[in-house]
Design a binder for this molecule. Structure first.
Ligand SMILES: Nc1ncnc2c1ncn2[C@@H]1O[C@H](COP(=O)(O)OP(=O)(O)O)[C@@H](O)[C@H]1O
Ligand SMILES: [Mg+2]
Length: 351
């Protein structure tokens, strides 16, 4: 049986969400009856644990597996065939864990280092999408250092270039942590400070009215798009509470849309996935203003929420791919990509 380590928890504001996604994935993978599933929990301090023992992976492909750091089995290596990172946000969805797994020579589910890092950073992501001609809303960004030095000037730019209301968010995070909708100039500073608690880079975005649509993407080089889903937040916007605490937010799958709009959104989802060099999975989120005929990409999530009621697996289910088969496919895609990478030369001899 293939040994799959499911990595979850993590040093992130989205630790709790990860626990829920991982529980569903562990159950789904186990139900297939062909994997030995090893749950590896990362605590909020960043320590890795498997069956109560501290473990790690070593950046050494000849020692591939979980290396036990304490207890009676210290020094033993438990072989692992594949890692399924179920870590949302920084230190997991952002290329850091992916880099470690690359060095360790262990195949893993989802985007590689660059796709994860660029997909996580909303500033780099928008720049890359614009470069490919994919529509994103107007935005500007600055660091905490710049804000402290020239807050007045930056506030004037926000007012002139974006207007109010606008959105202020940390560049790298998710689950709406640190995100504010800012209605007046007087509230900008507090919103920037709130975002700066989570990241040194902040972005301010023009408010994009319209419906919030989402598409699940699955594949490597030639990925597929699911049916389109829609979220209707119960709050003013889709904040943390509306996502996880209040069950009045509505998730509609498939979204009731003109077929042309659905097709356009699905195509944009695949282009976004490719432009950001993603692999395996990704959920692409949009704002669609039907009256104006505008569609904008809001973001990609390279490790989307994955509880049994989350949009990513639900949109696949509605597209004919049940939860456990989706997991099976993700494992397959990870192994395929790993095998392809291993065909690349790692040395160069001239002549
Ligand atoms: N520019 C915007 N215009 C309108 N609503 C927005 C905008 N940016 C964010 N939102 C709202 O805030 C929510 C969270 O923002 P998002 O950028 O998706 O952050 P996260 O990565 O935390 O999910 C969105 O789902 C949406 O409801
Ligand atoms: Mg979002």
């Amino acid at each position: 049986m293939r040994r799959v380590a499911v990595l979850f928890g993590g040093r992130s504001g989205e630790h709790e969400v990860s626990l829920r996604s991982a529980a569903a994935i562990i159950e789904g993978l186990s139900s297939l009856g062909k994997f030995e599933v090893m749950p590896v929990m990362i605590n909020k301090e960043g320590g890795w644990f498997y069956r109560g023992a501290r473990v790690t992976v070593l950046p050494d492909p000849s020692r591939r597996g979980l290396y036990i750091l304490d207890g009676e089995e210290t020094g033993r290596i438990l072989p692992v065939d594949l890692v399924f990172p179920v870590l949302h946000g920084p230190f997991g969805e952002d290329g850091t864990v992916q880099g470690l797994l690359e060095l360790a020579g262990i195949p893993y589910v989802g985007a590689g280092v660059a796709g994860s890092a660029v997909g996580m950073d909303k500033i780099l992501m928008k720049a890359a999408l614009r470069q490919e001609g994919i529509p994103v809303g107007e935005y500007l960004w600055f660091t905490g250092f710049q804000w402290r030095g020239q807050a007045k000037k930056l506030a004037a730019r926000v007012e002139r270039e974006l207007g109010y209301p606008c959105f202020v968010k940390p560049a790298n995070l998710g689950s709406s942590v640190g995100v504010s909708k800012v209605y007046t100039a007087a509230d900008l500073s507090a919103a920037v400070e709130a975002a700066l608690r989570y990241d040194r880079k902040v972005l301010a975005e023009k408010f994009l009215p319209g419906r919030e649509l989402e598409v699940s993407v699955l594949g490597n080089e030639d990925p597929d798009a699911s049916v389109v889903g829609e979220v209707i937040p119960c709050n003013d916007f889709y904040d943390y509470e509306a996502k996880y605490l209040d069950d009045r937010s509505k998730l509609i799958i498939p979204a009731i849309l003109a077929p042309e709009l659905a097709e356009r959104v699905r195509k944009l989802a695949v282009s976004t996935f490719k432009a950001l060099d993603c692999a395996g999975m990704g959920r692409v989120d949009f704002f669609a203003d039907e009256a104006k005929g505008h569609v904008y990409v809001n973001e990609i999530n390279t490790i989307p929420g994955f509880t049994s009621i989350s949009m990513y697996p639900k949109m696949w289910e509605a597209s004919g791919l049940p939860f456990s088969q989706l997991l099976d496919r993700l494992v397959e895609l990870a192994l395929e990509r790993y095998a392809e990478r291993n065909l690349l030369e790692t040395s160069y001899s001239p002549g």
